[in-house]
Ligand binder design. Structure first.
Ligand SMILES: [Zn+2]
Length: 233
């Protein structure tokens, strides 16, 4: 087997390995990145806090109206008890009841507004909770698919690693180093084929003698333009 052919075969395995590695890296990144999930849980947590807070506000408003009603009850019972006879005192009491009732109307409005807010937050919590459930269900399926794909890639990688070992064996170590340096410098393509009298990596037209050299296998032939090893199949 010519050196160029050996390197060409090795490169074909190496490029498959590159692809599998890219695929594995992509899957790892998706599996690690649970940003969506974090965001949905964060929203649910915030909705819970909001509801708790508005619930407390509602309790306070509720207690205030209860308190106000009992004040009114007491003032009215004083007013109608017959115990107070003095007209001035009676008038004061009447004014007090009227003032307490006026204040009660305001407090009741607060209570109602507070109740509406609680309901809105209850709905927001339900929504956030169902969003999170949906997301978890979707990611569950997605993750399952990714794990299957990952296992497939990993098996592929085992096979390719064995294939690479076999491909590397017949290649001289100096050549292998040259190949690996070129692959690093030339975006993963160290060996270029020849198609339509041209280097299939950079497209430059190759002379007949250069193509003969590449075919003769005596020594490596390099593309005069891109510097890659030429392989004539
Ligand atoms: Zn070239």
């Amino acid at each position: 087997m010519s050196a160029a052919l050996g390197l060409y075969r090795l490169q074909s395995v190496d490029r498959q390995i590159d692809q599998v590695e890219t695929g594995l890296a992509r899957i790892r990144e998706i599996l690690d990145n649970d940003a969506e999930l974090k965001q949905a849980s964060g929203l649910l947590e915030a909705a819970r806090r909001n509801l708790h807070h508005t619930h407390q506000e509602f309790r306070v408003a509720e207690a205030e109206t209860v308190d106000q009603r009992s004040k009114i009850e007491k003032a009215e019972s004083d007013l109608y008890s017959g115990r107070v006879q003095n007209p001035k005192e009676l008038q004061d009491l009447q004014l007090e009841v009227a003032s307490l009732k006026k204040r009660l109307a305001v407090l009741e409005e607060n209570e109602l507004a507070s109740m509406i807010t609680v309901e809105a937050h209850e709905n927001a919590l339900k929504e956030a909770s169902s969003e999170l459930e949906k997301l978890q269900a979707r990611l569950g399926t997605e993750h399952q698919m990714l794990l299957t794909e990952q296992a497939r890639f990993q098996n592929e990688m085992i096979r390719l690693t064995e294939e690479r070992e076999a491909s590397v064996k017949p290649i001289e170590s100096a050549l292998l180093r040259q190949y690996e340096n070129l692959r690093r410098q030339k975006k993963g393509v160290a060996v270029a084929g020849i198609a339509e009298n041209s280097c299939d990596a950079c497209g430059v037209l190759l002379t007949q003698s250069l193509q003969q050299n590449a075919k003769s296998n005596v020594q490596l032939t390099f593309c005069p333009s891109c510097g890659r090893i030429l392989y004539m199949g």
